[in-house]
Unconditional design. Structure first.
Length: 378
C-alpha cells in the first residue's frame, strides 16, 4: 500500500491517507460485513463510515455472543437457576458474565415467570455475575454444599479459557462445578448467512480476537466456496481502514483472497495451544442461534470424558417453546438483513435503559452501538 502506519494505529493523517486510497480505488458497490460486535462499536466510535465513499457499505453481522444466544437457551438457564430457589434439597448458584443477566428470554405475560436472569435473581434465585469461569470455579470451591453452574457464552475467543477451567476442576477433583455450554463457532454462522442468500455480501471483515485463536486460514472457505474476500482486522481505526482497503482492492480486481490486516496478533494457523484445549474438552454439535435458527456443527458440548461437568445432564429442566418479543427485529439485524435504525422499536420503545432485545442489552450489540454513538436515522 505504500503507507507507513507503524507509528500509531490512531494517527489521523495516516487514517485519512488510507481513506483517500479507498475512495480512489473504489468504483464497484461493495457491501462488507463486519462479523465482530467490537468492530461495529469501533467503526461507529471513530466515525469510519464518514470516511468511506458511497460505494462502500458496512453491515453488522452476528458477532455479539450474548445477542446470538437463543431464547431457548436462556429459558433453560433461568429454569436451572429457579431449581435452586424452588427445591429445598438443591442449592444452585448460577454464574455468568454481566451482559447475560439482563438479556431477555421468552416473554410470558401474566405467568409470573421471570423473563431474564435478573428477574430470576429478584425472585430469589442465586444468580451471580463473574468476570471469568475461574471466578465461578472459586465460588464452587468456597461453597462445597452448593452446585455452581457457569453459563458459558462466547465465541472461540473465550472457549479455551472455559476449557482450561474444566481441566482445572478435574485436576482438583471439584464435584460441584458445572458448565452450561451455549458457546458458538463463528465460521458456521458465516456459512449459514451466505448460504441463505438473504443478503448479498461483497466481502467480510474477519473478527480479530476470534481469528487470533482459529487462524486466518480458517476463513479460506470464503474465497474458495463463495468467491468473496476476507480481511482480518484489529480494533483500531487504522486496522479497520486497512482491512477495508484490502477488501475494496480485491473486489475491484475480482481476486478474492484472505488478507491478514492484523498480523501483529493473528497467525495463519492461529493459537494451537488454545485449539488443543478446546478440542480436548468440547466436541461440536448443532446449535440454535437467535436470528439464524439451528446451525449445523456451530455449537460445543462437553465430551463424554467430561460429562460430569455438564449442567444440562446434571439438571434436566423442561421449558415451553421459546417466544421472541413480537416487535423485536434483533434476529434480522444479526443476519445483516436490517440496520438497527430500521427496527421500529429502536430508540423509541427500545433503549439501553429499557432494552427489548439483546442487541440493545449487550455491550457488543449493534443496536447499543448505534444508540450510543448517535446513529438514530437510516
Amino acid at each position: 500500500m505504500g503507507i507507513d502506519i507503524s507509528r500509531s494505529f490512531r494517527d489521523p493523517i495516516a487514517a485519512r491517507a488510507v481513506a483517500d486510497a479507498i475512495r480512489a480505488r473504489s468504483t464497484r458497490p461493495a457491501r462488507l460485513m463486519e462479523f465482530c460486535g467490537g468492530h461495529t462499536h469501533a467503526i461507529l466510535r471513530f466515525g469510519i463510515p464518514d470516511l468511506l465513499p458511497e460505494t462502500v457499505e458496512l453491515r453488522s453481522g452476528p458477532g455479539c455472543p450474548v445477542c446470538v444466544t437463543a431464547a431457548s437457551d436462556l429459558d433453560r438457564a433461568i429454569a436451572m437457576a429457579q431449581v435452586g430457589r424452588d427445591d429445598p434439597d438443591v442449592d444452585i448458584i448460577l454464574t455468568t458474565f454481566g451482559d447475560m443477566i439482563r438479556v431477555p428470554g421468552s416473554k410470558r405475560a401474566g405467568t409470573g415467570n421471570p423473563a431474564s436472569l435478573a428477574q430470576a435473581k429478584a425472585q430469589g434465585a442465586d444468580v451471580r455475575v463473574v468476570y471469568s469461569p475461574l471466578d465461578a470455579l472459586n465460588i464452587a470451591l468456597e461453597n462445597p454444599g452448593h452446585s455452581v453452574i457457569f453459563l458459558g457464552v462466547g465465541f472461540e475467543t473465550t472457549i479455551p479459557m472455559i476449557a482450561s477451567t474444566v481441566l482445572t476442576a478435574e485436576m482438583k477433583g471439584v464435584e460441584n462445578f458445572f458448565v452450561f455450554s451455549a458457546h458458538k463457532l463463528t465460521p458456521p454462522a458465516t456459512h449459514a448467512i451466505l448460504g441463505a442468500g438473504e443478503i448479498q455480501l461483497s466481502g467480510v471483515i474477519g473478527p480479530g480476537h476470534v481469528t487470533t485463536i482459529i487462524g486466518s486460514d480458517a476463513w479460506r472457505f470464503l474465497p474458495d466456496d463463495y468467491g468473496i474476500p476476507c480481511a482480518v482486522a484489529g480494533f483500531e481505526p487504522l486496522d479497520i481502514l486497512r482491512a477495508t482497503l484490502a477488501l475494496v482492492e480485491m473486489v475491484e480486481d475480482k481476486q478474492p483472497d484472505v488478507n491478514n490486516a492484523y498480523s501483529r496478533s493473528v497467525r495463519p494457523g492461529g493459537n494451537l495451544s488454545a485449539q488443543r484445549a478446546m478440542k480436548q474438552v468440547f466436541e461440536t454439535t448443532d446449535a440454535e442461534w437467535r436470528g439464524l435458527g439451528s446451525v449445523p456443527a456451530s455449537g460445543l458440548r462437553l465430551r463424554e470424558a467430561y460429562a460430569r461437568f455438564d449442567a444440562e445432564r446434571a439438571f434436566s429442566v423442561d421449558t415451553p417453546p421459546a417466544r421472541e418479543h413480537p416487535g423485536c427485529r434483533c434476529g434480522e439485524i444479526l443476519r445483516g438483513a436490517l440496520l438497527p435504525t430500521e427496527c421500529p422499536l429502536f430508540a423509541q420503545a427500545c433503549t439501553p435503559q429499557n432494552p427489548i432485545g439483546p442487541c440493545m442489552v449487550s455491550a457488543e450489540g449493534a443496536c447499543a452501538a448505534y444508540y450510543r454513538y448517535g446513529v438514530h436515522t437510516a
